[in-house]
Design a binder for this molecule. Structure first.
Ligand code: NAI
Ligand code: OAA
Length: 361
């Protein structure tokens, strides 16, 4: 089709689309052709599942701003047409499309390079992340079944809590479908690192951008294990500082849940952290070398089948898993203490898929 002809058809399609119901979400053939014809921004196709939520909305904005994203698919069971109408007015290159409800999960996922999942309920004061299991486990299972069917080679970033269990759930679903590649599945624990860097920077009195603290283990309470002895810049913390920092990093999520008084958990800092991690995945997919992040992954750094550790990410996902490195006595004690809880959360996730609970009659 000639360029001028394509442009005219696109204009007509756009006018028509504004006159139709706002639920008209999926790109028409003409639009798709035009996107290609105008030389769609080079970049990756990213889907956000749970895109209309507290994390999903700011995360969608941050990903729409990324020069690495050419196509952004926003999926939710609620309000995606509204979020897409809003976001599509921003003059950044990525094309944004919305998908609403289970019937549109397939088209939302077809051909995606990266799938980010913040779908599910957040905590209220007094709840643990594990209290979210009963609702979020089923949501993650269904969404990953969609990934297995529609974009099995995509990199997956799981945000939905309890991450310690939802990542093993995702792994089991992908195994069942015969498409599991442990190198492509990540539990997002970046917020723990972001918090650790911020709180440590406050204590030592430097710009948080200069600080890097590995946070290992898992993503709940004592399973969050900050390794202050490996922090850069190197700093000798007093016992009091170690106790304060460890407690604040482990309970950063609860600090926000309590401050929000029932209106949810961390959303803005999480969207920031998720976008940071997603950007690292996309830069790695693009071929940039030396991208290292902490993430909760399938690995053998301890006797547990999943653990948050430093990983080097490349074009096909995880290229190298780093060992825990030297730990001091306090950190070794923390490591031993977290293992039973993390083990239980992993088993709970695995069992949920292998022996699913009987449906309620
Ligand atoms: N990994 C981490 O560090 C963090 C994880 N989280 C977790 O992220 C999750 C989301 O938190 P918020 O965005 O604050 O919650 P929210 O309730 O504001 O948003 C969740 C969104 O998921 C959608 N949703 C529900 N069921 C769905 C389904 N079957 N398919 C697609 N979308 C569905 C809802 O419609 C809603 O728009 C929670 O589980 C929370 O605990 C939150 C902060 C940090
Ligand atoms: O605390 C929560 O429930 C949400 C979360 O995972 C975090 O903020 O780290």
């Amino acid at each position: 089709m000639e360029m001028a002809n394509v442009r005219a058809q696109v204009r007509l399609a756009r006018i028509a689309s504004h006159m139709e119901a706002p639920e008209r979400n999926i790109m028409t053939g003409v639009e798709r052709e035009a996107t290609r014809a105008r030389g769609a921004a080079p970049g990756f196709k990213v889907a956000i599942l749970g895109a209309a939520g507290g994390i999903g909305q700011p995360l969608s904005l941050l990903m729409k701003m990324s020069p690495l994203v050419s196509t952004l698919h926003l999926y939710d069971v609620f309000n995606t047409p509204g979020v897409v109408a809003d976001l599509s007015h921003t003059n950044t290159s990525a094309v944004v499309r919305g998908f609403l409800g289970n019937d549109q999960l397939g088209p939302a996922l077809d051909g995606m390079d990266l799938v980010i999942i913040p779908a599910g309920v957040p905590r209220k004061p007094g709840m643990t992340r594990d209290d979210l299991f009963n609702i979020n486990a089923g949501i993650v299972r269904t969404l990953i079944e969609g990934v297995a069917k529609h974009c099995p080679r995509a990199i997956i970033n799981i945000i939905s809590n309890p991450v310690n269990s939802t990542v093993p759930i995702a792994a089991e679903v992908l195994k069942k479908a015969g498409v599991y590649d442990p190198k492509r599945l990540f539990g997002v624990t970046t917020l723990d690192v972001v918090r650790a860097n911020t709180f440590v920077a406050d204590v030592i009195g430097v710009d948080p951008k200069m600080v890097d603290v590995p946070v290992l283990g898992g993503h709940a309470g004592i399973t969050i294990l900050p390794i202050l002895s490996q922090a850069t810049p190197k700093f000798t913390f007093t016992d009091k500082e170690v106790a304060y920092l460890t407690n604040r990093i482990q309970n950063g999520g609860t600090e926000v849940v309590e401050a929000k008084k029932g209106a949810g958990s961390a959303t803005l800092s999480m969207a920031y952290a998720a976008a940071k991690f997603a950007e690292s995945c996309l830069r790695a997919l693009q071929g940039e070398s030396g991208i290292v992040e902490c993430a909760y992954v399938d690995c053998e750094v301890t006797e547990l089948p999943f653990f948050a550790t430093k990983v080097r990410i490349g074009r096909s996902g995880i290229e190298e898993i780093y060992p825990l490195g030297p730990l001091n006595a306090h950190e070794r004690e923390g490591l031993e203490k977290l293992k039973p809880e993390l083990h239980e959360s992993i088993q709970k996730g695995v069992k949920f898929v292998q022996n699913p609970p009987a449906p309620k009659s």
